[in-house]
Design a binder for this molecule. Structure first.
Ligand code: SAH
Length: 417
């Protein structure tokens, strides 16, 4: 499968005034690219770092906020770039504190991000594509088909726009009060290793588990990770970023070589035929190949792969399935995250009952593996990935359009050759 290149930034020399639609998004740039832009204009390099601090640490939305930047430069920046492009179209809030953010993109497409408070943690789940090409039959996003990759800027901006909501709305009772401190100062402190008792006040974890397949948008995903983790960028810890994939083997290997992000692999079945049915990517990379590749990954010390396993009633949740999973994972430094299926309108699967989930977990644990069950969050706001956008589309199309289950799967097949 060819990795699609995210639309990149092309410098436009000599264009003083550009329409907002034509102006490149400054969030797409690395510090080095912004320094090059400054150099072309014979501006001192440090100007670029001032600007990135405003963008990524303080979340500036307007160049005129950048008070330590000379006015002439602010004007030139404003004539040359936009700051972001996401419009927060809707926020739905669940009784458990989960917030689902619906963003409208410049081209009118919509994506979602989910903010999930969980004890000391506040996790943001970001999207990497509009729709998805992988065609997993139990996933709401798959019903949308693949539309396009998100740019690096669009991925990073989900965090920048979610951050202020985390301050005001997501704090569980007893959380930190409002403060005039720049967000990142607190983000670094709260939940930092040196302050384990601090109340959750800032986004502490970032997971690439929203809409899309992050490694099918390799350039956008890795570019976003650069901005998110760089000292000149958001300065988020690599250890707290997890990229979840259906198992695109070459890209997994590249990701591990090029970033220090944590890796999660969505497995859901170790039976070849069953996984081919549930996750068509298995036709390209068999379970055997995927597990062999995982086994061979040069994991740094103390790092483990997370295997996600969506529990589908009567399909992959029997004791034999748990035993088969444990056998297949033997010898891989890993942990297992069991995810009870989150139903969505039109889906043919059912969620495993609690007893079955507990039994499955028990069998996996007895085999010596670390296994957790992902609590279902925000079910009252359709927080499973892709659900909100899928629901929007159903509304927009008068409830008529829900592609047949095989639709997205067929597309994925075609792509995978
Ligand atoms: N494409 C990536 C990331 C997005 S999906 C991947 O597949 O890993 C994130 C996680 O949600 C995956 O583990 C996926 O298997 C799981 N998932 C998808 N649809 C689900 C549903 N309806 N209920 C529960 N988990 C689901």
């Amino acid at each position: 499968m060819a990795t699609q290149i995210a639309p990149g930034w092309t410098p436009r020399r000599g264009a003083d005034k550009l329409d907002a639609m034509d102006r490149p998004d400054i969030l797409e740039l690395s510090l080095a690219e912004l320094e090059a832009w400054c150099a072309e204009r014979r501006l001192p390099r440090y100007r670029a770092a001032q600007v990135t601090a405003w963008l990524f640490q303080r979340g500036a939305c307007d160049f005129q906020e950048m008070t330590n930047v000379a006015r002439a430069l602010r004007d030139e920046l404003a004539a040359s770039f936009t700051i972001g492009s996401l419009e927060l179209a809707n926020v739905s809030r669940s009784s458990d504190g989960t917030q689902k953010l619906l963003f409208r993109l410049r081209d009118g497409a919509t994506i979602e991000s989910v903010l999930i408070p969980d004890g000391e943690r506040l996790t943001l789940c970001v999207s990497t594509q509009v729709g998805c090409a992988m065609g997993c039959t139990f996933c709401a996003t798959a019903t949308l088909g693949f539309r396009r990759n998100l740019t690096r800027a669009e991925i990073v901006e989900q965090l920048l726009r979610a951050r202020p909501l985390a301050t005001r709305d997501v704090l569980p009772a007893g959380g930190a009060a409002e403060s005039s401190e720049p967000p990142m100062a607190r983000e670094a402190r709260v939940g930092g290793e040196d302050d384990p008792a601090a109340p959750p006040a800032r986004i502490t974890n970032l997971v690439f588990m929203g809409m899309g397949e992050p490694l099918h948008n390799y350039v956008g995903t890795v570019g976003a990770i650069e901005t998110l983790t760089a000292g000149w960028g958001v300065d988020f810890s690599h250890r707290r970023i997890t990229v979840s994939t259906v198992g695109l083997i070459p890209e997994m290997q590249r990701l591990l070589a090029e970033t220090q992000a944590q890796l999660a692999v969505s497995l859901t079945s170790v039976d070849e035929a069953k996984r081919r049915e549930l996750m068509p990517i298995t036709k390209k990379h068999s379970v055997a190949e995927l597990l062999a590749a995982c086994r061979a990954l040069p994991l740094p010390r103390r790092k483990r792969i997370t295997f996600e396993y969506v529990l589908l009633a009567g399909l992959n949740d029997r004791v034999e399935d748990a035993r088969a999973l444990a056998r297949a994972l033997a010898g891989i430094r890993c942990k297992v995250n069991l995810i009870p299926f989150n139903p969505f309108p039109g889906s043919e699967f059912r969620r495993s009952d609690d007893v079955t989930v507990a039994r499955f977990q028990d069998v996996v644990r007895r085999a010596g593996l670390h296994a957790t069950v992902r609590e279902s969050r925000g079910p009252d706001i359709a927080a499973a990935c892709g659900q909100l956008v899928a629901a929007e589309e159903r509304r927009a199309h008068g409830g008529a359009r829900r592609p047949a289950r095989g639709d997205a799967a067929a597309r994925a097949d075609a792509m995978n050759g």
